[in-house]
Design a protein around this ligand. Structure first.
Ligand code: ASP
Length: 331
């Protein structure tokens, strides 16, 4: 009898410990857009899933040892920026002049600290400069030459020649876009801009952070800046909720998409999934835009809605289950 009660006590303690274990979660995207099964080779798909898994591992390694959500999203984004499959860092799209202008932002929910850079050309990992703006300047967003100057003052920020970001695949996309433009097509083609990367994490302290990094849109000009570095549009985090968006950036700015999702959770008490679904699948298309988003709340719930044919995405839930997905019918 005494053995039995000792056993029961031990079991009860184990259950309490399992429930006490702090929740962590991580969700990533690698862009939304027209992603057709027929157009993605088995090798391309393998490389995309491999990069998403490596980014999950990098972010999760931080969370698993009790690190901050801020460090976790930065670590995950760096892996994706270094992977030429995505439109961020190496592999970024070309602008109309045949160069690259990169945008990135990062935000920590419980402190509301944020940092962003726009139109930068020589920083190998734009997300690191965004974080440095947050932590080592009095500002939130730095753009263009001024941002480059700020990077000059930070020896820890690695610099590369602009051509370091070149890839053959993106050059072909620029050539195709410019040929179409000559024949009168619109500069922005709906659904043709996937590859932006984003991450949202919940750490063991219950804090949420979000980050986004991109090369923007192929053939962009006039210093065009999209939603990715705009806090509230492409990136948002607060005490309850974090979001990173991807899609036709102009519509994400005009609808303050990332903030709107979290505002619905905060002010209206919407469930995360409802808030994310309504903004991405109703508000954005109602105004003529398209794209997707990843969102996470402080319970570790994850939402990944998109209104395009596909969105590269990956997640680790609080129970440790993980996955990657590309198409709508991916499980
Ligand atoms: N939202 C990005 C932009 O407009 C593009 C993307 O998500 O792929 O710059």
């Amino acid at each position: 009898m005494r053995h039995l009660s000792a056993l029961l006590l031990a079991l009860a303690t184990m259950t309490v410990h399992a429930e006490d274990k702090p929740k962590t979660a991580l969700v990533l995207h690698g862009g939304a857009g027209v992603i057709e099964r027929s157009a993605l080779s088995a090798e391309d798909e393998r490389q995309v899933r491999d990069a998403l898994n490596r980014a999950l591992d990098a972010g999760n390694a931080v969370l698993a040892k009790g690190g901050s959500s801020l460090d976790a999203v930065e670590a995950a984004i760096v892996v994706l920026e270094e992977s030429p499959q995505f439109n961020a860092g190496k592999g970024a799209v070309f602008n109309a002049q045949g160069g690259h202008e990169l945008d990135a932002s990062i935000m920590e929910g419980h402190t509301r600290r944020a940092g962003a850079v726009a139109g930068i050309t020589t920083v190998r990992n734009p997300i690191k400069l965004a974080r440095t703006v947050m932590e080592h300047s009095e500002h939130v967003m730095l753009a263009g030459q001024g941002a480059e100057k700020f990077a000059d003052s930070r020896p820890e920020i690695e610099r590369v020649a602009n051509s370091w970001f070149d890839t053959e695949r993106r050059r072909k996309q620029l050539e195709a876009a410019q040929a179409k433009e000559k024949s009168g097509a619109a500069i922005v083609e709906k659904g043709k801009y996937f590859g932006t990367v984003g991450a949202v994490a919940l750490d063991a302290q219950g804090h949420i952070a979000a980050a986004t990094s991109t090369g923007g849109m192929t053939n962009k000009r006039w210093g065009r800046v999209g939603d990715s570095p705009v806090i509230g549009a492409g990136t948002w985090a607060d005490e309850r909720c974090g979001v990173s968006g991807t899609g036709w950036g102009e519509f994400y700015i005009r609808n303050a998409v990332a903030h709107d999702i979290c505002a619905r959770v905060a002010y209206r008490g919407d469930a995360l999934a409802t808030a994310a679904e309504d903004v991405v699948n109703k508000v954005v298309p109602a105004h003529g835009g398209d794209g997707g988003a990843i969102a996470l709340d402080r319970e570790g719930n994850i939402a990944m809605p998109f209104n395009t044919t596909g969105m590269y995405r990956a997640w680790i839930r609080p129970d440790g289950s993980r996955g990657t997905a590309i198409f709508r019918d991916d499980k």
